[in-house]
Design a protein around this ligand. Structure first.
Ligand SMILES: [Zn+2]
Length: 503
């Protein structure tokens, strides 16, 4: 401890989320951790590096509870896509990636998050037909190089989208049935063995980049596979993350396949625990929410993606009322199209409000900010280390410019962070005591060179995936006729009564 480099942040105003205020305070940092927070003039060793935070509002780094690093090379490729069309497009928009492409895609997203006030994320990254140590290593290295804290989980399945949705394959013409055959995934034993290798070989500092396990969507995985994923995650003490009841089609498939909601099924399998994150949860009924709450699990709420893909608006008020931990995420840039957590904060508020004028059901800005900091931290498995500016927590800090128009004037910092800030007032970002953004620029990053590299990669991948794009174009009409049809199955959720009714 004594040899750790010290720094002292002076003259800034530190956000008190629940107090809706930002009183002046100094922050003493030892190595990567906050050693003390105190009134202006806090004692510090003579050799502590002074960080002048005059005209700065300091808030805990936002934590992105759900993203997909592979999506950053695919931003803007689709429009008017449902989740099911996005899954149909996956071989086109994220296929044929080499390890360096995986690195590049992840790195671009990491930089965007940093520049927009986010200091940690939970990344579910895909490799086809199964995860590899090389691919996962490339993603982890991208975060380590960018300086963004991350949990990196290989997103795995043993059933293709066409195998996972009952009846879908049957509506495809014989030629297309054959074409989607080649999208078959590896047998689950192979993916488990590959993940075991990844978890055993992990050589990154787990305080900075740690692994997890992510069976992608329950009905895309056999029960044996889901159970093996949970066993593996628990053997290695890492997180377990899956997309749960994201679209209405998914809950209808779950009811058909399991005779109960996917959440009820996951509970019966023993998957739900404090290490479990349910992404989205738009179609959770109140019983499902209670199940997740009872087991100390978390929901990653991705309001932008949920609206963009037409999945709806998650019942976050009910989740919070039931004491279910909620984190906030952007989701991947292929279904939210940027990695701006400030937007997620605001859209989380708008979504709740858009349901109707009953303000008791709306979210308070302090609840939204708490979700995007301590809530997400718990979802990442970093509870008590991230999400607060307090002694013993990691020094992951965002310095907003109070001379930016977003903050002129500063009436209520909590409300303004949710309803006004858009990322443009971010002046500096510190992760683990190290500045990664200063004066609105990423330190040590040549964006022009990165842009050239990304453009060359984009062209190369477009050529490699031309066949996959053509396949998507032949499939999209059929999938888009079938899946919204599934979603028209009457299914009503009443979050006040806690019952669901399928007819
Ligand atoms: Zn996702």
């Amino acid at each position: 401890m004594a040899n750790e480099p010290m720094s002292i942040v002076r003259n800034g105003r530190v956000l008190d989320i629940h107090g809706h205020r930002a009183p002046p305070a100094d922050i003493l940092i030892a190595g990567d951790t906050i050693a003390e927070v105190g009134a202006a003039g806090l004692a510090a060793p003579d050799d502590a590096v002074l960080i002048d935070a005059s005209e700065r509002l300091i808030h805990p780094g936002l934590i992105n509870a759900h993203t997909h690093g592979h999506g950053n090379l695919s931003k803007g490729m689709g429009d008017r896509w449902t989740l099911e069309l996005l899954l149909t497009a996956a071989p086109w928009i994220s296929g044929n990636r080499a390890a360096e492409d995986k690195y590049l895609s992840t790195y671009i997203g990491a930089l965007e998050m940093l520049l927009k006030g986010c200091t940690a994320c939970y990344d579910l990254t895909v490799e086809f037909p199964q995860p590899t140590s090389e691919g996962l290593g490339a993603c982890a290295k991208a975060y380590a190089d960018a300086g963004l804290r991350a949990v990196v989980a290989p997103m795995v399945a043993n059933l293709s989208f066409y195998e996972a949705i009952p009846g879908l394959i049957d509506i495809l013409p014989a030629g297309l049935q054959k074409d989607v055959e080649r999208l078959k995934l590896a047998p689950y034993e192979a993916s488990i063995a590959a993940m075991r290798q990844v978890l055993s070989d992990w050589h990154f500092d787990r305080e900075f980049v740690r692994p997890a396990v992510a069976p992608t969507i329950p009905h895309h995985c056999s029960d044996e596979f889901m159970l093996a994923c949970a066993k593996l995650a628990r053997e290695f003490g890492v997180g377990l993350h899956t997309h749960v009841q994201e679209s209405k089609a998914q809950v209808i498939v779950g009811l058909k396949k399991y005779g109960k909601t996917p959440t009820a099924h996951l509970q019966d399998l023993g998957l739900i625990g404090p290490d479990f994150v349910a992404a989205h949860g738009v179609w959770l009924d109140a019983d499902d929410i209670q199940r997740l709450a009872d087991h100390g699990a978390s929901v990653a709420h991705n309001p932008g993606s949920n609206m963009l893909l037409g999945n709806g608006i998650a019942a976050v008020r009910t989740m919070l009322d039931r004491k279910l931990n909620v984190g906030i995420g952007t989701d991947g840039a292929s279904c939210c199209d940027n990695q701006n957590m400030y937007e997620s904060l605001r859209v989380a508020a708008y979504g709740a409000n858009a349901k109707g004028p009953d303000t008791d059901r709306w979210l308070r800005s302090e609840e939204i900010l708490a979700a995007a900091t301590v809530g997400s931290a718990r979802a990442l498995g970093f509870a008590d280390k991230l999400g607060r500016i307090a002694k013993g927590y990691k020094a992951d800090l965002v310095f907003l410019d109070l001379a930016h128009l977003n903050w002129i004037p500063c009436n209520d910092p909590t409300n303004q962070l949710v309803h006004t800030e858009d990322g443009s007032a971010v002046n500096s970002v510190m992760v683990g005591g190290k500045m990664r953004v200063a004066n609105r620029r990423l330190i040590g990053v040549d964006l022009s060179a990165l842009g050239k590299r990304a453009e060359a990669t984009r062209e190369r991948l477009a050529a490699l995936n031309a066949g996959n794009k053509a396949l998507f174009e032949r499939l999209q009409g059929l999938v888009n006729g079938f899946c919204p049809g599934l979603a028209k199955t009457p299914y009503h959720i009443d979050h006040f009564a806690g019952a669901h009714h399928a007819h």
